[in-house]
Ligand binder design. Sequence first.
Ligand SMILES: *[C@@H]1O[C@H](CO)[C@@H](O)[C@H](O)[C@H]1NC(C)=O
Ligand SMILES: *[C@@H]1O[C@H](CO)[C@@H](O)[C@H](O)[C@H]1NC(C)=O
Ligand SMILES: *[C@@H]1O[C@H](CO)[C@@H](O)[C@H](O)[C@H]1NC(C)=O
Length: 301
Amino acid sequence: MKSKTCLKLLILKIGGCYACSVFMLIVHFLSQGECSTFNDSFDISWGNDHVKLFNNEQTVELSLDKASGSGFTSKNNYLFGSFNMKIKLIAGNSAGTVTAYYMSSDSSSHDEIDFKFLGNLPGKGYHLQTNVFVNGVGNREQRIRLWFDPSTDFHNYSILWNQKQIVFGVDSIPIRAFKSNESLGIPYPKNRPMKIISTLWNGENWATNGGKVKIDWSKAPFIASFQAFEVDGCVTSASPSPSPSPSPCVGHWWEQPEFEGLSQDQLNKLGWVPKNYMFYDYCKEKSGRFSSVPIECAINP
Ligand SMILES: *[C@@H]1O[C@H](CO)[C@@H](O)[C@H](O)[C@H]1NC(C)=O
Ligand SMILES: *[C@@H]1O[C@H](CO)[C@@H](O)[C@H](O)[C@H]1NC(C)=O
Ligand SMILES: *[C@@H]1O[C@H](CO)[C@@H](O)[C@H](O)[C@H]1NC(C)=O
């Protein structure tokens, strides 16, 4: 399967040579079929007649109306890797809608890595919620505002997931890093392969202003578009038994030392996001939601 795609690999292969990169990019854009298409990696999982493929299957539109939402799911399960999706969100009044890009395992005590875009009234701006579930337990929400209008253009939402950390990125700016630290007893998703999933659905009972603002169905259908599908992960259906059994997915580029933590430049950017754009962080919850501060809060910025 052509799961390794496009730009990243080309750029990695030619290393630091800028001129080569530009040349290869031009070659890339001229050559048809180099990129993996939607059908290479994904199946429509929900609302068949609410999903449209365009542009040689390089763009997918999900739509939501009163009859149904829609979604797609990766054919494969992945244990660690790099997963990027370009998304253009619903324009205008998106209040009550939820556009989700996430990874999830199948099992009941599931693991999940989550981007959820919570729609809003015109001019109010989307809220982006991230979350991490381990062994079926989430409750690790962070919410940020975005520094651009995500409905006018495609932006790149990325998940880097390895044994040491999960990094959520927006246009290559890390907005959240969730670190593993077994010696501190921090729960971390590393035993359950996950599928990549995108969905568009009716979340009006909670998504906007705590559920007070409902969907204006006169604006339906609501449409979100997806592109790029950069999937570079370790394909496996095997759930490795808990450590110390070795994982079947070792030795990939995302396990290299440089991806074990954030670079200073990334840390600076990561500092900038919470300071300016984060308005909810479960680690700062004071309302008695948790009987004690979750342990990972001690090491996650
Ligand atoms: C891609 O998948 C869609 C939806 O299943 C299907 O309608 C279309 O024919 C497929 N395209 C190709 C080239 O296989
Ligand atoms: C998306 O962001 C990731 C992480 O920074 C990057 O590696 C990738 O090349 C980007 N993809 C596109 C299409 O911009
Ligand atoms: C994990 O915890 C140990 C013990 O406190 C500490 O020495 C180490 O630096 C921590 N690792 C990370 C990634 O925070």
